[in-house]
Ligand binder design. Structure first.
Ligand code: FES
Length: 104
């Protein structure tokens, strides 16, 4: 059986407004957020080039997100990302996570 992905929000107002977003396992994080009506910064529209879609991601259960690929690792290094940051257009959701962006 396919495991469900679930996205929570760190900020209380988003938490109360959106609750948790249920997604099919393997859904791209950026696409899930856009579908929920949240803005996600981007100038490459998910092509894995601009790094603007970076988000803070807390993994709340094992293997809840796809592993960092060598391509994403290169992007994260280029922007000196913090340890909990992921490039959301390069990240699949497979379980429970909590996300945050500075502009939400
Ligand atoms: S949207 Fe440009 S790298 Fe993700």
């Amino acid at each position: 059986m396919k495991r469900a992905g679930k996205i929570r929000f760190l900020k209380p107002d988003l938490k109360s407004r959106l609750g948790e977003i249920d997604v099919e396992s393997g859904t791209v994080l950026m696409e899930a957020l856009l579908a929920a009506g949240l803005p996600v910064a981007s100038s490459c529209r998910g092509d894995g080039v601009c790094t603007k879609c970076r988000l803070h991601v807390r993994v709340l259960e094992p293997n809840a997100v796809s592993p960092v690929t060598s391509h994403e690792k290169g992007l994260l290094e280029r922007i000196h990302a913090e340890n909990d940051e992921r490039i959301s257009c390069q990240t699949e959701v497979h379980g429970l996570i909590e996300v945050d962006a500075p502009y939400w």
